[in-house]
Design a protein around this ligand. Sequence first.
Ligand code: SF4
Ligand code: SF4
Ligand code: SF4
Length: 748
Amino acid sequence: MEQAELRRWENRCIQEESPRCAAACPLHVDARECCSLLAARRVDKAWAVLAKTMPLPGVLARICDAPCKAACLRGEKGGPIEMGALERFLAGAAQAAKPPRPLPRNGKSVAVIGGGMTGLCAAWEIARKGFAVTVYCTAPDVGVELPEGVLDGELAAMDRMGVTIERGATLTPELVEAQLEERDAVFVDSDAVPETLRYFGEPDEVTLGTNRLGLFAVRAGETSPVFQAAAGRRAANSIMRFSQGVSMVKSRELEGPYDTRLYTNLAKVEPVGPVAVGEGYDEVRAVEEAARCLKCECMECVKACVYLKHYKQYPKVYVRQVYNNEAIVRGTRQANKLINSCMLCGLCDTVCPEDFAMGDVCLEARRNMIAKGTMPPSAHEFALRDMAFADGDKCALARHAPGTTESEYVFFPGCQLTATDPGGAERAYADLRERLGKVGLILRCCGAPAAWSGRDALFQESLAELQSAWQGLGSPRIIAACPSCIKILRQALPEAEIVSHWSILSALGLPETALKAGGTLAVNDPCAAREDGALRADVRGLLDTLGVSIVEPEYSGELTQCCGYGGLLNEVDPELGRIAAQARADAVDEDYVTYCAMCREMIARTGKTAMHLYDLLYPGEGGAGARPTPGHSERRENRVHLREKLLRELWSEADGVAAEDFENVDVAFTEAGAAAMEERRILVSDVQKVLLQEERSGRHLVHDETGRFLASFRPAVVTYWVEFEKTDDGYLVHNAWCHRMKIKGGQP
Ligand code: SF4
Ligand code: SF4
Ligand code: SF4
């Protein structure tokens, strides 16, 4: 990622923008944090937040006219936060905060002319920056009556910060001239010396500079205490820049009030009116009022996405991590996992007010890692092997309908449906042939695992094979059932007409096999259907015709959440994949119906009853939601057997694929052994290869206590270890492991 691109993405995420209150406050007091602490009854901490940002906090907090109130977003839901009254409560109730520690003395001195709010605040801020400050005034006077000792307390704090106050001074242009001779800079409050502007010219609005070098001034007439304080701060910033010889105007846009882009969703916010201020808040009422603060933030994408939530930050932070990771030779484990765990589902993009697409960031990062050779080889290995298997001799197939030599349509059930419900795919194909006639069949993968893993070259290779198979059938219209296949093929094969099986059924009517059981079901929209309203409408129409009452989860339609399979999350981080599936499962009380094979598998594996629409339209034996979820090896066998069966029964052909030697190894598994293999994504065929190798080489280890054998084999890049015993029928496997380690001298 180029730095300019990083900046573009960073700028798009507005989570770090100020809430409206802080943006409207000329001093940018953190009202959000202050309210948050006060709502938690942390009175002293809340006061510390104010005191950190305000000059003379004991005074200003008591007299601030709270311009933040008019901007407060709570105003749209019951009334704005009474920030002024909360500040007054805190000023009276909290332990005095220590005055800020000034920067080390810089050896320069500044005169401030005027002892009102503007002059005193300017002196406070200038002193904080390390200048020696002398205030000339008749007497310090902030223009309002304060509780006894409050002003004196702040003046004492200023004294500790290095501010000298010269009382009884005669405030004239001559005094200004004299100070300009003596000091490094002078600041004048024109309310205190009304002739200033006549003598020295109008001050610049941004810098407060006049036409006398080193003289800064504000116009007279500002009555808002917080704007007076802000003018003092602006003067301090200018004097600092002036003394350092840096630009007087650069990057000053965020001094004083500004517009914020922060978005906060109010959809679920109930209106609550303000707590009456009366004579002022006591603690109970102040806490109640502070609790009304919405703690404004965006986080729309994080609320919606378990992946974003899991990494505990938000996209602006993540994109920086992705960028930094590219600078590290092999990346960090944590950042690589972050990049590879996004489900690429597009929900963030949909909910984000600024269209931040984390999926685009992560997919591009995967592509870059692959181009640079830094993608951890294990990240997507199993899924890519599975895709190669689905596209290999044992599974792939392209035929016209039996007895025909041309195809008007070709049915493309996709590799996940044939892996998980081969019977459903077979019955669907029979129905399509019966009602549409010349419907060919293509069995293979659409290439989604290659696309999701960022392997564009591999995807193009797979697509070229699919395209050639399709063209070999005369380029018929493709009927696809899987929303991911539909989405990918529409993008990658624009010359083909891709129609969804659901739109075909909407036109043809229900198949004879359809179960019109009625009942109520929640619809799970696959994330690939997010942008396909017509597809979603067809599915709902079919369910309606089946007599099903539909429940929509909170996240459905274009806001649907991924089941945890998209983007290969479940391969990269199975635990997070399970959390994503569980979130879908927990979203509704009703049983689910979906129309993506992997959504059905992921949700059903959590224990929730979930069925595929095929279970209602082309049911097999048993109840619609009772179909088991096959393991990794069984999924492969399902594809192989479907191809064999269809070739044999429809086209009277043998499968034409010679069995490999390892397939003749008879093996059984203990329950623990089978579970370990499933979890570690070890296939029966991997184990058979190890056992065949052991048979041929006689190389194994023997466990002293159990007498079991341990053998290993590395058919390609992964070494498999199998713990087994020999039985009369063959082998009983107790455990299996796999890793990418190569055992020197121990492996063939
Ligand atoms: S609701 Fe709270 S955070 Fe939001 S603008 Fe108002 S005071 Fe600030
Ligand atoms: S998983 Fe989906 S919603 Fe979450 S960041 Fe990735 S693309 Fe966005
Ligand atoms: S939705 Fe997410 S990415 Fe978009 S601005 Fe909000 S926090 Fe940032």
